[in-house]
Design a protein around this ligand. Structure first.
Ligand code: DSN
Length: 428
């Protein structure tokens, strides 16, 4: 990248500038297929790198513990109004710093230590904070985990019968839906019906799907869930942060106290302003077009990989995620991720359901289309990307010399493709 970026930083701290500049170049020259990443607008970067970083604002708009909060109040109120419009909800708390902290705030608001919770297992594509053993959610609560079907017509799909059975047997206080690798539409109503049978709270963590929901191409959980959490930087393409939404007045009161003063002190008001900007962007009609492209690019990628002899977990995708099973090719996720990174494709190894390999190796990869779609990659490009991925992965089975030849030619192709789509066209 030319040195038109980060000018002040370059002058005053060349060492840190160097790291940031190298990262800018990496983002420009690699095809980013990590499903949870995206490329924000320059307006979001402006807001996040603004004077609001100088301000303390513990409390909520109009009820702060510091003076001089009138303008950060404005920014938080704009964000609140926009997010409520976007997700058609009555209440929101936009102060959690991350998705994990948003989930912790809901637990602090609604649970006591050792209460029973029911969430999707990591091994089935769920999230760490939904009751996985190494996480606080698995240590401080009696975490029961549901998964996906092992075989049959519903192979790899959420096992709603198991969810119901586990709910009736264990009477969790909260049932959590939402996932990190699951590429299909989740039936929020089925979860609501199960929660009603045992009078449990129903929480949805829509982190991966929040942009698709904002773009009206994935069902909105707000009408079924008691409380919804999300990060704001994945498909939603906003600042790196999180949010909690609800239609229930009692729950928002508890959530507000749990976020502050329960878990956090001062909110990050520069991030709040950046979130306000991204909600504004997501309310525009262009965002719907973007989300349609994200999904159609994922479908093309999945189809291309199937044509090249791979298996897609769940057989396809309804979202931005393509979950690849490498077992038909006798490959592992760790080696596949490493080689793809060497040629210029960033993705992550991911366990597949009932994976025989441990989490550091895995038998799968997770791809996502949000970031590459943001910079302009289209259906034709994603067909090419699918074939490139297949060529590179198939080369792992070739002799070293032939593998090197394939990878060298792919590296050139990727640099060419990336140069067609600059991630930022103007200085910032
Ligand atoms: N780490 C995120 C992801 O990659 O899906 C979830 O928190």
């Amino acid at each position: 990248m030319k040195n038109i970026y980060l000018n002040k930083l370059r002058e005053s701290d060349p060492e840190v500038f160097d790291s940031l500049n190298k990262e800018l170049n990496r983002q420009q020259n690699q095809i980013e297929l990590i499903a949870s990443e995206n490329i924000t607008s320059l307006a979001v970067l402006n807001a996040q790198g603004s004077v609001l970083t100088n301000k303390y604002a513990e409390g909520y708009p109009g009820r702060r513990y510091y003076g001089g909060c009138e303008f950060v109040d404005e920014a938080e109120n704009i964000a609140l109004e926009r997010v409520k419009k976007l997700y058609k909800c009555k209440y929101a708390n936009l102060q959690p710093h991350s998705g994990a902290q948003a989930n912790q705030a809901v637990f602090l608001a609604l649970l006591k230590p050792h209460d029973t919770i029911l969430g999707m297992s990591l091994a089935s594509g769920g999230h760490l904070t939904h009751g996985a053993r190494p996480n606080i959610s698995g240590k401080w609560f009696n975490a029961i985990q549901y998964g996906v079907k092992k075989e049959g017509n519903d192979k790899d799909l959420i096992d709603y019968d198991e969810v119901e059975k586990l709910a009736l047997e264990n009477k969790p206080k909260i049932i959590i839906a939402g996932a990190s690798a699951y590429p299909r539409i989740i039936d929020w109503k089925k979860f609501r019906d199960i929660a009603n049978k045992i009078e449990a709270y129903f929480m949805v963590d829509m982190a991966h799907y929040s942009g698709l929901i904002a773009g009206e191409q994935y069902p909105n959980p707000i009408e079924y869930a008691d409380v919804v959490t999300s990060t704001t930087h994945k498909t939603l393409r906003g600042a790196r942060s999180a949010m909690i939404l609800t239609n229930n007045e009692e729950i928002i009161k508890k959530v507000n106290s749990a976020v502050f003063p329960g878990l956090q002190g001062g909110p990050l008001m520069h991030v709040m302003a950046a979130k306000a900007v991204s909600y504004g962007e997501a309310l525009k009609p262009e965002f719907k077009t973007y989300i349609s492209e994200v999904i159609s690019n994922a479908k093309i990628l999945a189809e291309t990989l199937v044509q090249r002899g791979f298996r897609i977990v769940t057989g396809g995708t309804d979202s931005h995620i393509v979950w690849l099973d490498l077992t038909p090719k006798n490959l592992t996720g760790d080696k596949a991720e490493k080689l793809l990174e060497e040629v210029g494709i960033a993705c992550n190894k991911n366990a597949i359901p009932y994976d025989p390999n441990p989490p550091k190796i895995t038998s799968g990869l997770r791809f996502g289309t949000p970031a590459a779609t943001s910079r302009g990659f289209n259906n034709t490009d994603f067909k090419v990307i699918g074939n490139i991925i297949s060529d590179v992965l198939d080369s792992l089975l070739l002799k070293e010399e032939e593998k090197t030849k394939v990878c060298e030619s792919v590296k050139k192709k990727i640099i060419d493709m990336c140069s067609k789509y600059p991630i930022y066209k103007e200085p910032y």
